[in-house]
Design a protein around this ligand. Structure first.
Ligand code: ACO
Length: 424
């Protein structure tokens, strides 16, 4: 493909064009400032590619999502979360022996250093588990300092994936005042997480295979989503060569916001609010269309998907299946379906290409699985973890990587003289 040409202030600049393996086209502006003095201006980065990546492909117009080339629909139905972790971190699917080694290594690193338990004691009981998670993950770097040795980095990656579920379950136990339940090596990754969340010392706990499978699938659906807000944050922080734990902790903080991963909690609270208000969704649809109301239909809209979010399609079907397999009914699912039906036929939503996103139905499934609302965004983080790690690792191994440092267009005051306080 030929270069792009920019005409600026009577001069012509040739900008190289790069093309990705799925024919995505990018205009390379890395030399733009040096040659022309101008910068690319793109608030919200909707048109800015920050890196070249071989991890995840999304085509938002056609609703395509693939991890390392594998369609999300196939991975969600046929793979397991641990296998997808391997895929993300190593770039290929494991053979049987590689899978067993990876699984067993993960199993052997689930314990937390006993001193870390003391940190949990300091948090107030009602503290949000995302606050606990971001600080506990960055604290891991105090226990497992970074070295540049690739083997040591790989070990920290294993530690992080293994310990994250223990941290998440301990954060939950702390929030409800129950004793921590230690990991069990005979359970699967997801089964062990459920055991640490829901077992109590007084009774035996059996992991429900239906819940284990459903949760595993939910985690797979959240694994990666290319350069979204939290992943870009991980890369941004990691670009200063901050360590793995510190970079992932920053991603957790970014994910927490209601416009990102925090939306799953907000969706459920919205559905509960509509239910408590008599279930009249049309009132809330009107509010969502009225900008002055400050109300958004949570779980709707996406920066990239403009036709449908393939994860939402899988989850809508899964919500029905999980509820019927567990023999449960949930009036919130009816409210969600009703809202979706109205939105899909309403000109405001249709013209803006606003469709349900991954967060719209996930909360209903988490609720059916017994996961408390405060933990929804932690579940998202647990799923997203291997994606963040893969992106951090790819960035660290990219020889062209420089510290991320955007520019700005200054719109403040011109130079002016300081006036002492008694003369103002
Ligand atoms: N409800 C009502 N109106 C909406 C919604 C919504 N959920 N989402 C977007 N709009 C409207 C905007 O007001 C805007 O209207 P306008 O063109 O008349 O000004 C238009 O649609 C475009 O919206 P933007 O905010 O510019 O879209 P952007 O790409 O910046 O934001 C986002 C995407 C943040 C996901 C947005 O749709 C939103 O806030 N959704 C609700 C929160 C949510 O579900 N977040 C989870 C996203 S998925 C994830 O992170 C895992």
């Amino acid at each position: 493909m030929s270069n792009a040409t920019l005409n600026l202030n009577g001069k012509t600049y040739e900008l190289p064009v790069i093309v990705g393996s799925e024919n995505e086209v990018g205009v390379n502006v890395t030399k733009l400032r040096g040659t022309s003095g101008a910068i690319a201006y793109d608030p919200g980065y909707g048109n800015t590619g920050s890196c070249q990546s071989a991890i995840t492909f999304i085509n938002g117009e056609e609703g395509i999502l693939r991890y390392r080339g594998y369609p999300i629909e196939q991975l969600a139905k046929q793979s397991s979360f641990v296998e997808v972790c391997y895929l993300m971190v190593n770039g290929k699917l494991p053979n049987q022996a590689e899978y067993e080694t990876f699984k067993n290594t993960l199993t052997r690193h689930t314990l937390l250093h006993e001193d870390m338990k003391k940190f949990f004691e300091g948090y107030p009981r009602g503290g949000h588990p995302m606050a606990v998670m971001s600080s506990m993950v960055t604290s891991l770097s105090a226990f497992y300092p970074e070295s540049d040795d690739p083997e040591a980095i790989n070990l920290n990656i294993i530690r992080l994936i293994a310990k994250f579920k223990t941290l998440a379950a301990f954060a939950y136990k702390k929030s409800i005042g129950q004793p921590y339940i230690y990991p069990r090596n005979d359970l699967s990754y997801t089964g062990d997480f459920l055991h640490m969340m829901f077992a109590v010392p007084a009774e035996p706990y059996e992991v429900s295979p239906i819940i284990e499978k459903a949760l595993d699938m939910l985690l797979i659906l959240h694994v990666d989503h290319e350069q979204n807000c939290s992943t870009s944050t991980v890369r941004m922080v990691g670009s200063s060569q901050a360590n793995l734990f510190a970079s992932i902790s920053a991603g957790i903080s970014a994910l927490w916001g209601p416009l990102h991963g925090g939306a799953n909690q907000k969706v459920l609270e919205m559905l509960e609010m509509i239910q408590a208000d008599g279930g009249d969704y049309s009132k809330y649809m009107d509010m969502a269309k009225d900008k002055s109301s400050g109300f958004r239909l949570m779980g709707f809209g996406h920066r990239v998907y403009k036709n449908f979010d393939p994860r939402a399609l899988i989850l809508k079907e899964a919500a029905d299946d999980v509820l019927s397999e567990l023999g449960k009914e949930d009036p919130l699912l009816d409210i969600a379906r009703g809202l979706e039906d109205i939105a899909l036929n309403d000109d405001y939503f249709v013209s803006r290409k606003l469709y349900p996103n991954v967060d719209f139905y996930s909360g209903i499934i988490y609720r059916a699985l017994g996961i408390p609302v405060d933990m929804f965004t932690v579940m998202f983080a647990l799923g997203r973890l291997p994606g963040w790690i893969a992106q951090w690792h790819e960035m660290r191994n990219d020889p062209s990587m420089r510290i991320n440092r955007p520019r700005q267009i200054y719109i403040g005051e011109g130079a002016r003289d300081y006036v002492s306080i008694d003369k103002r």
